[in-house]
Design a binder for this molecule. Structure first.
Ligand SMILES: [Zn+2]
Length: 291
């Protein structure tokens, strides 16, 4: 007979809105997995939902796994990055919160869950045409680098360390935390990336010892902070290559009204502003420089 781990659905009233999260297991260590802190970043929500379904079918869990599939509840329905009540970016106001009662209550609750966790993994989207990467302060915090080594994905980009972000504030509290950015955004999920992100997170849970399975250790490529590539021309941008490849200075990333836009940086092409009208000086993509 197989005994399944039954996840516990917790509903919390956050200023008249219901925040839902799932708890699997009851002992320590604990990992917090969050998605949809930016409401429009639906692929993270997709992966978190897949994870909830999957964890409901595993036989045993060491420690506990807390999953919040949609942090920014109203932003998710409105398909916006911000909470529509106050236009506050929730991932800039940890640990105290700001703006409306809803935003303050959600930030407070998420911070409470993060503070009692041993790891925090926050799922985001970097745009509809982007490659998946781990964003972390791997240089500044040795324990973050150890944590990142267990995340089952190859590309690691250094964060600017901007304060007020959930993972940055957790790092400063001594809790290893990172973001995984994947393809999607503006209220749309990309199923292919959603499945990859789900696999990345579930394998990471195996690597960290939360669930049984075959460890999937992936050797890493570490990159510096993202650098934007600007267009010198105005018009519609048409990409020539796809994110995920390594480029060198001078490589053509795409055309703006037939004129080439070249990379100003050598490193991994992370995202492109496809299907966009670009003004002169506008951003057509982001490259993570070789570190
Ligand atoms: Zn985000």
């Amino acid at each position: 007979m197989v005994f399944l781990v039954v996840g516990r659905l917790v509903r919390v009233d956050v200023g008249g809105v219901i925040l839902r999260y799932y708890v699997f297991g009851s002992s320590s260590p604990q990992i917090l997995i969050t998605a949809g802190i930016h409401g429009g970043e639906a692929t993270g929500v997709y992966a978190a939902r897949r994870l909830v379904e999957y964890l409901g079918r595993v036989e045993s869990i060491e420690g506990s796994i807390v999953v919040v599939p949609v942090v920014n509840v109203l932003g998710f329905y409105a398909r916006t990055r911000w909470c529509p009540l106050d236009m506050v970016d929730m991932n800039r106001v940890f640990p105290d919160g700001a703006g409306s009662v809803v935003t303050r209550s959600i930030v407070k609750k998420i911070w409470e869950l993060a503070s009692s966790s041993d790891y925090v993994l926050d799922l985001h989207c970097a745009g509809l045409d982007s490659y998946q990467y781990i964003l972390s302060l791997y240089r500044e915090f040795p324990r973050v680098r150890e944590f990142v080594e267990d995340i089952a994905w190859d590309t690691v980009v250094e964060s600017t360390g901007l304060r007020g972000q959930l993972f940055v504030e957790a790092n400063h509290q001594g809790i290893p935390a990172a973001i995984i950015e994947t393809g999607g955004g503006s209220g749309y999920y990309v199923e292919e990336w959603g499945e990859k992100l789900f696999e990345t997170v579930s394998s990471t849970l195996v690597n960290l010892g939360f669930i049984n399975g075959e460890e999937k250790k992936i050797s890493k490529k570490y990159y510096g902070r993202l650098v934007g590539v600007q267009s010198s021309y105005e018009g519609f941008f048409k990409p020539s290559i796809r994110p995920g490849v390594d480029v060198v200075v001078g490589d053509v990333l795409g055309l703006v009204d037939g004129k080439p836009v070249e990379s100003s940086t050598s490193g991994r092409l992370i995202s492109l502003s496809s299907w966009m009208y670009i003004y002169s000086g506008g951003l057509v993509g982001r490259v993570a420089p070789r570190s």
